[in-house]
Design a protein around this ligand. Structure first.
Ligand code: ADP
Length: 320
């Protein structure tokens, strides 16, 4: 289905091939999976399963996303997977080459396929996603949200440099490494614009996080949809549930189109946090806070650690 320049298997060829990436060498056996020892299941998504995988040669552990070919029979899904791999791999390799101290994009190292599946080799994020973290912790402290949001902003800046909009930024697509670094993953809905002022028209995203201009089909959307999603993310992490959530999808969409949300009285949220959320959740994308301005918002003035301690996976930090 897809072509990978370095993964064309030849019958009976047991030779390992070396692919240079991230200045370390990854051994991809030309027989695909046989170069790896599969570990535990990390999670299941809409059309993929993700496992830990040990590279038997380098002893490095990866996350391997396995997409069953039977799930991608439709032309549309094939194209989606191709775009996901192409854009994600492009961003990963440019992050490796660039001067970024830390990349907040989950690296995509390689992909290969056999008769049954397509395999995507990813940077392992041992501490899973912010979604899982929030389920465990129910709500996060503002200092943690500052720490995570600063990294999300850094990741979005990396994407913007390549004119890429993620379009599906949500807690389940924000992963945490062993060191608690944020890594943006799942490029299934990402798109690269021809130029920074171009717009996209297709309706896509995850209901709770979708921006109003995406719902307005005639309108066209751009980078600002990821800023809207940041507003939803900040709110959700602080309150414990998304701002526009209802039982009825149409009602959720109505609330999004009017930016109707409120803060529950029992949760203490600072004015700075509320202000940043409202600047992200502006109906008019042009009135939304710019990515480049976010870190100078007063919400960040109180400071935050570079990374959250691992203990915060289960216990709130002592400072708020
Ligand atoms: P889908 O595209 O089908 O939604 P996902 O990309 O969300 O699939 O992956 C499915 C699940 O696998 C995720 O919910 C997450 O739990 C896990 N996962 C995905 N990527 C990684 C990774 N790099 N490290 C650890 N777990 C991951």
């Amino acid at each position: 289905m897809m072509s990978s320049a370095k993964s064309s298997p030849r019958k009976g060829d047991k030779k390992k091939e070396i692919i240079k990436s991230d200045s370390k060498e990854i051994n991809l056996c030309t027989k695909g999976l046989s170069g790896f020892k599969m570990g535990k299941l990390l999670g299941k998504g809409g059309y993929a399963k993700c496992y830990e995988a040990l590279d038997l040669n380098t002893k490095k552990v990866y996350a391997i996303k396995i997409v069953n070919r039977s799930k991608i029979t439709q032309e549309e899904n094939k194209k989606k997977l191709e775009t996901e791999i192409k854009l994600h791999k492009y961003v990963s390799s440019s992050a490796i080459k660039s001067d970024d101290k830390v990349s907040n994009i989950a690296k995509l190292y390689q992909y290969f396929e056999d008769a049954k599946n397509v395999y995507i080799l990813l940077e392992l994020c041992e501490n899973l996603s912010l979604d899982v973290l929030l389920k465990r912790r129910l709500r996060l402290r503002e200092v943690e949200v500052r720490c995570y949001l600063a990294q999300i902003i850094n990741g979005l800046k990396q994407l913007k440099r390549h004119n890429i909009i993620h379009r599906d930024l949500k807690l389940g697509n924000l992963f945490l490494t062993k060191k608690m670094e944020i890594k943006i993953g799942d490029f299934g809905l990402a798109v690269q614009l021809k130029n920074p002022t171009a717009k996209r028209k297709s309706v896509c995203g995850t209901p709770n996080y979708i921006a109003p201009e995406v719902l307005d089909e005639g309108h066209g959307h751009s980078f600002e949809v990821d800023i809207w999603a940041c507003g939803v993310i900040i709110y959700t992490l602080l309150v414990g549930r998304p701002p526009f959530e209802t039982r009825d999808l149409h009602e959720t969409y109505r609330k999004i189109q009017r930016a109707t949300y409120s803060f529950p009285k029992h949760v203490n949220i600072s004015d700075n946090a509320k202000d940043l959320i409202s600047r992200c959740l502006q109906i008019d994308p042009l009135k939304r806070i710019k990515l480049e301005k976010m870190l100078s918002h007063n919400f960040f003035k109180e400071g935050y650690p570079e990374l959250c301690p691992v203990t915060t996976l289960t216990i709130p930090p002592s400072i708020s």
